[in-house]
Ligand binder design. Structure first.
Ligand SMILES: Nc1nc2c(c(=O)[nH]1)N[C@H]1C(S)=C(S)[C@@H](COP(=O)(O)OP(=O)(O)OC[C@H]3O[C@@H](n4cnc5c(=O)[nH]c(N)nc54)[C@H](O)[C@@H]3O)O[C@H]1N2
Ligand SMILES: Nc1nc2c(c(=O)[nH]1)N[C@H]1C(S)=C(S)[C@@H](COP(=O)(O)OP(=O)(O)OC[C@H]3O[C@@H](n4cnc5c(=O)[nH]c(N)nc54)[C@H](O)[C@@H]3O)O[C@H]1N2
Ligand SMILES: [Mo]
Length: 774
């Protein structure tokens, strides 16, 4: 990318608005998309169009109005780009040379056009025929001593059809090794919700957002990551709902929002107010904060009992629907205010203020994102939030409920149809019955487990259905060691990325159709189905001409790979490619209740909702009730231990997304709402800390992790930016900081890397020679 000077200037405009339109124009130019390409963009999330690959936030009715979304436009433009990375490109560049390119520059070459195979003699990728690629992978799989030496990663973009075939193939082959992006993302949610409310999915729909009177947003940056959510928040705010953002960073996009479809918002330059209150806990302080809120509610309830006035808890709900209330009430009474204030980093008056907002709301929705899940105690924090919500019956009633906001557009659907290293045994037995096969029942590797197995030489074959495993994962140096240990690494992908360059002894790049493209098979154009963050399943049809005639669809790649590998399989792999409705029939046979009349029900615009019993106050827990659970405020975490050693020299780092990226796909160098332009190697720091450390904004620092295993983990050369963030906390971008996350630093139970709480110390350094290279 061309070099430009870093500019740091606070952003004073509302989120979205004109800034978003300007960005969109810039992206269309960057991707060389002519104006008529805009028509494609307008087909997104229409009843007969394609599902937006941008994020998992649901669409209003999935019908008529096009919801303008900068994130969606960028995602679609990135896929619909006119740029190409053909075999002639690979003939010109060695892999060693490409390793020196930035992530932006790699993907900026555009769409891949042919399957490619790494040639160790020339250190370049050469073209390979599809059948030869499948045969090569099959021969590697056959050469393994044990099917468990292979790992099969999934990023959350594949449709249900590809994902279902994929898990069927891999299980028929003989392993449950399904590391997926969910392991890195909302796994803490998936571990916290089933034991407490009986299902690992959110309980709300968009309808609930229309009726909520209070919305608490924990650890989420919707202006960047789920811009369409701002529409719901804006409507709620206009109706008078109270909105509280809980975030260590002052996220500008959560304050005001200009709706590009509202002329008033756009012309006034003011936008609508979104949140009423910002609570800034220190990193990982949410559990203590929520416990403080619970303590207040219990205190007010105890006073109400004494006075004989209206109870602060919903006693009828608690009695009818829950277990264990007395235990958590007593635990809250016993909890010390000092510990709550110290560990949350929130002053007592503010805890009382947010507790009062919660306790005076009749219909409360709590949403959460990566700021909650990616901590050592992520699961415990979500369970504590469930406690808070159960106290006043805020689950399973109109306008109230739990709203984990997922990332990838079909990450939830992938899980539903079997992408999970420990799928329930009923599902596995159903596969055995329907397909007359034997599948393994022992759990496979998750993402962190797969990396460890590759490092240890226990996994030798890596296959990725989408994604960018080598830099989306923690402990980059060690992950790369693991990838390079493999006998073969292969990636189904749309664009060139780092994972294709950090490869095994043999390597394949398998280019596929994107969701925006027409997928024509023997019986005509095929659609694929996806499930959004609110469990709505609908069909998506591509509209664009494929980027290259040599691309295969994801279901076709999986089916032909399976056919090449499983020589004696009775599963009709090649038949499935001809007509995807046959795959949906197979899904329905495997999960007859959830997917009843699957092919029929997706004909309706907007599709159908997967069963979510918690929304009906049906609790699929062993007791049949929703469970309050005891959760302790962490006081001896690795952060506490590191602080004992380093005192106030220790910082806690969160790694997060800028406005101009989609995970590891870098769209540009700006982070508009946070006021950073032209530079990604920045660290946000509290002004008092900057001074205390003898630094100035604009200085350069290196980061070194504090972890007790003797491995040095560093990330060098970051520009110090003064920001409204609590003292002792730092924020930087992912993936530049991933090397700092120790592989073993994972959340309890969910094993999600602790990407939002890394203990680090800082070193002053000099400016890099090429200060602003992308
Ligand atoms: N444009 C765009 N859209 C995306 C993505 C993208 O990269 N770009 N990624 C997609 C994916 S896969 C996902 S999972 C989602 C991610 O969407 P988010 O969940 O919003 O993820 P992050 O950008 O990591 O931001 C986390 C937010 O949590 C805050 N935070 C960090 N630590 C804490 C904490 O300890 N407590 C609290 N209360 N807050 C904290 C941060 O300041 C930040 O505002 O977005 C999806 N949509
Ligand atoms: N430090 C740190 N690390 C993190 C996070 C964090 O907050 N901090 N967040 C984590 C989270 S929430 C997630 S979800 C993961 C994301 O991890 P991944 O899902 O592995 O990564 P992405 O960057 O989304 O993958 C981008 C690549 O997907 C490919 N691609 C795009 N569209 C398609 C398609 O339609 N089909 C196929 N087959 N390929 C396609 C392109 O080649 C592109 O290069 O990262 C995690 N890593
Ligand atoms: Mo994610």
């Amino acid at each position: 990318m061309s070099q430009q000077k870093a500019v740091i200037k606070p952003y004073h405009h509302p989120a979205a608005g004109w800034g978003a339109l300007k960005q969109v124009a810039a992206q269309l130019a960057l991707q060389k998309i002519p104006v008529k390409g805009v028509i494609t963009l307008l087909s997104q999330n229409q009843p007969d169009g394609f599902d937006c690959p941008g994020c998992a936030w649901p669409d209003k009715e999935h019908t008529s109005t096009f919801e303008f979304c900068e994130n969606g436009v960028k995602a679609v433009a990135a896929e619909a780009t006119a740029k190409r990375t053909p075999p002639t490109f690979f003939a010109k560049h060695t892999v060693t040379e490409l390793m020196g390119w930035s992530d932006f520059d790699l993907e900026n070459e555009g769409r891949l056009t042919h399957p490619m195979r790494y040639n160790p003699v020339t250190d370049k990728y050469d073209e390979i025929a599809w059948d030869d690629a499948f045969a090569l992978m099959a021969s590697h799989l056959h050469a393994l001593n044990d099917p468990n030496e292979a790992v099969f990663y999934t990023s959350g973009r594949a449709g249900n059809e590809a994902a279902f075939l994929y898990q069927l193939f891999v299980r028929e082959f003989g392993t449950n090794n399904f590391p997926d992006c969910s392991n890195l993302c909302h796994e803490s949610t998936s571990m916290a919700l089933p034991p407490t409310v009986g299902i690992g999915k959110g309980s709300v729909t968009l309808h609930d957002f229309e009726h909520a009177d209070t919305i608490l947003i924990f650890g989420q940056n919707p202006a960047t990551n789920h811009p369409r959510m701002l529409g719901e928040l804006r409507e709620a705010a206009k109706r008078g709902a109270r909105i509280v953002a809980i975030n260590p960073l002052k996220e500008r996009g959560l304050e005001r929002f200009a709706d590009p479809q509202s002329p008033f918002d756009m012309l006034s330059f003011k936008g609508s107010k979104i949140s009423d209150l910002l609570i800034q806990p220190k990193l990982g302080g949410d559990l203590a904060l929520i416990k403080g809120m619970i303590k207040f509610v219990i205190q007010w309830d105890d006073e109400a009992i004494k006075l004989g006035s209206e109870r602060a808890v919903d006693l009828a709900f608690i009695q009818q629907h829950t277990n264990n209330f007395e235990a958590i009430a007593e635990d809250a009474r016993q909890e010390s205010w000092d510990v709550i204030v110290e560990e949350s980093g929130v002053p007592l008056e503010q805890i009382e203020e947010i507790a009062r907002i919660y306790a005076t709301g009749d219909r409360v929705i709590s949403t959460w994102g990566m700021g909650i899940t990616q901590h050592k105690h992520g699961v415990a924090t979500i369970k504590t939030l469930v406690n808070l919500m159960l106290l006043r019956g805020n689950i399973g009633k109109e306008g109230a409920g739990l709203c984990p906001v997922r990332g990838h557009s079909n990450v939830q659907g992938n899980r539903t149809v079997g992408i999970y290293e420990k799928m329930p045994v009923e599902f596995l037995e159903s596969l055995e019955r329907v397909f007359d096969i034997k599948v393994p029942k022992t759990p496979g590797y998750d993402a962190v487990g797969a990396i460890q197995a590759m490092i240890d030489g226990k996994a030798k074959f890596f296959f990725g259905l989408g994604g960018n495993f080598s830099i989306a994962t923690p402990d980059t140096d060690r992950t790369w060691e693991g990838m390079r240990n493999c006998d073969l690494t292969a990636h189904v992908t749309t664009k060139l990325n780092r994972s294709h360059l950090v490869h095994g002894k043999e390597a394949l790049i398998l280019p596929c159709l994107g969701r925006t493209e027409i997928d024509t098979q023997e019986t005509g154009p095929q659609g694929v189905t996806v499930e959004d963050s609110m469990s709505m399943v609908h069909i998506s049809y591509g509209m664009n001409k494929p980027a290259s005639p040599h691309l295969l669809s994801e279901p076709a790649i999986v089916a032909r790979f399976a056919h090449a590998t499983l020589k004696h399989s009775k599963t009709p792999w090649l038949e499935y490619i001809k007509d995807y409705s046959k795959i949906r029939d197979a899904i329905e046979q495997t999960m007859p209740v959830a997917f009843k009349n699957y092919n029929e029900r997706i004909k309706k615009p907007g599709g159908f909702r997967m069963p979510v019993p918690s929304s009906q106050r049906i609790w699929n827990t062993p007791s049949g009730k929703a469970e309050f659970t005891l959760q302790a405020i962490p006081q001896s975490s690795p952060i506490h231990q590191a602080r004992e050693q380093y005192g106030d020299q220790l910082f806690v780092l969160m790694t997060t997304r800028s406005h101009d990226q989609y995970n590891t796909t870098i769209y540009g160098m700006d982070d508009r709402y946070r006021g950073v332009f032209g530079q990604r190697r920045v660290i946000f720091m509290n002004p008092a800390d900057i001074q205390r450390m003898g630094l100035q904004a604009g200085d350069w620092i290196n980061l070194v992790s504090v972890w007790q295993d003797g491995i040095t983990r560093r990330a060098d050369k970051f520009l110090v930016v003064s920001y409204d963030i609590p003292q002792g906390c730092l924020s930087g971008y992912y993936p530049e900081t991933n090397n700092l996350v120790p592989l073993e630093s994972v959340a309890d139970l969910s094993r999600t890397p602790t990407s939002k709480s890394i203990p680090v110390i800082i070193e002053k350094t000099t400016a890099p020679e090429v200060a602003n290279a992308a």
